[in-house]
Design a protein. Sequence first.
Length: 221
Amino acid sequence: MIAGCARESLFDEALYLFIELQVSGLCPAETTMMSIISVVSDLGLLSVAKKIHGYAIRNEFSLDSRLGAALIDMYSKCGSIYSALQLFENIPNKNVGHWTSMIVGFSVHGCAEASLHLFAQMQKCGVKPNYVTFIGVLSACSHGGLVGQGIKHFNLMKRYNIEPRIQHYGCLVDLLGRSGMVKEAKMVIDNMPMEPAAVIWSILLAVGTNLNLTAQFRKLR
């Protein structure tokens, strides 16, 4: 029921059912916890997030699993990157999910250098990144205006046998466009192995409009 409410964005109902579950004395399964964490993340309620985290600890849920990564993501979406980092640092056996949630969290909060530093630490620890990890890294580079780092990390995906997806290309186009490199961004679009979706062109047009690059766009016709 809680999962169903979460899927249908019935957040108040999901929270009510979770409270009823606690009152009944029953201990929820990890899947139920994942659902309620998703609800709290969407609501962005930090006070509730802390209660859910505390509940997970009191009931001895393992944070080494995907639950820990979800809690890190929850804190980030609730606006507390500090709480997310505290939790991340207190998880002894970190997997790719934990690292990725924290890297993405830093990126969303505009902490580009912290995101890249954490990615470097992840590599040193021998944890293999996945395609979501690279979305976080490239997004961080885009928000931080780090063109060289962005191109470097985009090319780094090949080392891990990760084929760039449209999200990665979107980040690269956004990065180049924000830096005024419209011609280079257009070249990326032209050389994409897949058909560029409307969102890719929207990204380029948006950054061009924001930076008043109308003249450069005319030259691309």
